[in-house]
Every structure is written in structure tokens, then in C-alpha cells.
Design a protein around this ligand. Structure first.
Ligand code: URA
Length: 239
């Protein structure tokens, strides 16, 4: 990795603000490969340098990947003038510059939102040509039938909107699982509208090969582990 200023490295890891880091350097609390850092503009490669704060090693992460169980009422955005966003409710220990939600769930949709600062992974996850499937559970206001399953499989068209073939599995009269690899605006709701149903509850359960951790209560989050970070781009699907 390229050389970076020590104050930039530490602030990117949410250690402290740039001004607090300057103060920590002045007080000789920071070392790099065993040598005390004397100035904030000293440069290091964060991936190969052992950086310590008060004698404790900082484990450098180039990017972070956070699974959030988004509650209804929260926007999948970085900032909004009126409503709370997923970044507003992100616990302090996960906060750092450059984070954004990879893809959007509607305000009233619950479930798995990936929050990251890795733009390349987000792009791959969202691009339909990469076939990263997303699984949703929907509750609707009409009795679902096998004709609806077939309509989804054939690819729904609604006015201007054309959606790729999608899988649907009926769980009970009003509840179904739906799997899609596009992320068009209100896609699942519009697909159900096309078969005469309104979605009254929607939750995203899986992205790629990673299921929402059911131990996360609404609004809670945790970091993805190494396997999950590679499984998020998995093309595996099927319900
Ligand atoms: N489809 C929708 O209609 N809404 C969502 O939030 C996600 C997929």
C-alpha cells in the first residue's frame, strides 16, 4: 500500500480525530516499528508497519464491512435533512470516514444492509451482471398462487419497468420468499403490484452467500468475518 501520513492512518481507523492524534504524537504516545513518532506528517505503509498507541498494536483495516439489521423508518443513505439514516444509528465503534450503505432498502423495509467503505466491492455486489442474488421475505395482501410464481419466473413487466426473471417460493397464503439479482427502485414491491398484490412487510434476508445474522436485533450490527466478505459476492442462489 502507498505511504500515508501517520495522522491520516490513525484517523482512518477511528482512533481519534486528526487534532487529538497531533496531541498524542506530541506526548510521544505513538510508535511505528518500535520508534516513537515525532511528527504527524511522518509517512508509513499501514499494511506492513507495526503501529502502536500507548504500547497497544493497532490492527489496520483497509476497508470495513458491517452487516446491519435495518429497522423500518431508517433511510439507507449517508445523510438526510429530515430522517435518520443507517449511518446515524451506526454504533460509535464502527464509525469512520467514507462509509456508505451498499445499495438501498426502502425506508419501510427491514433487514440486511451492508455498510462499507469499499466502493469496488459495493459496485460488484450491486451490478446485475455479476449475479449476486438478494433474498427477501415479503408479506402481501392477497392470496398467492402458482401463477404468481410463474409470472415472476417469466420476468415481470410493469409499465416502463422490465425485471429479469426472479424466483418466488410461497411460504403461506400471504408470505413468500423472493430472490432477485437486480436492485431497481421498489423492485420487489413493483413485481408484486404487477400480479395484483401490495407488499405490507418486506425484509432482506440474504446478500450473495451471506444470511442476515438472526441474533442481530433491529438496528444492531456487526462486522463481517473473512469468509463472509468473500461470500457476499457469491453467485450461489436458489430457494
Ligand atoms: N424491493 C423493494 O421494493 N424495496 C426494497 O427495499 C428492496 C427491494
Amino acid at each position: 500500500m502507498a505511504l500515508q501520513r501517520i495522522d491520516k492512518i490513525l484517523s482512518s481507523q477511528n482512533i481519534a480525530s486528526r487534532s487529538d492524534i497531533k496531541e498524542m504524537i506530541r506526548k510521544k504516545r505513538i510508535s511505528a516499528d518500535g520508534k516513537t513518532v515525532l511528527k504527524p506528517d511522518e509517512k508509513f505503509d499501514p499494511e506492513i508497519t507495526e503501529i502502536k498507541v500507548d504500547g497497544e498494536i493497532i490492527s489496520f483495516k483497509k476497508y470495513i464491512y458491517i452487516m446491519m439489521n435495518k429497522p423500518s423508518g431508517i433511510l439507507s443513505a449517508t445523510y438526510d435533512k429530515y430522517d435518520k439514516t443507517v449511518l446515524d444509528i451506526l454504533p460509535k465503534e464502527f464509525q469512520r470516514n467514507g462509509l456508505f450503505p451498499a445499495g438501498r432498502l426502502d425506508k419501510d423495509t427491514e433487514g440486511f444492509v451492508l455498510i462499507t467503505d469499499d466502493g469496488e466491492l459495493a459496485h460488484k455486489m450491486l451490478s446485475p451482471k455479476n449475479h449476486v442474488y438478494k433474498l427477501y421475505k415479503a408479506v402481501v395482501d392477497k392470496s398467492l398462487s402458482n401463477e404468481d410464481v410463474t409470472a415472476f419466473e417469466n420476468g415481470i413487466s410493469l409499465g416502463e419497468d422490465k425485471f429479469l426473471p426472479a424466483s418466488m417460493k410461497i411460504l403461506d397464503e400471504h408470505t413468500a420468499l423472493v430472490e432477485i439479482c437486480e436492485g431497481k427502485f421498489h423492485q420487489v414491491k413493483k413485481m408484486f403490484n404487477a400480479v395484483g398484490a401490495n407488499v405490507i412487510y418486506l425484509k432482506r434476508l440474504r446478500i450473495g452467500g451471506v444470511f442476515l445474522d438472526e441474533s442481530l436485533a433491529l438496528g444492531e450490527c456487526r462486522e463481517l468475518n473473512k469468509n463472509e466478505i468473500s461470500d457476499i459476492l457469491s453467485k450461489s442462489h436458489g430457494i
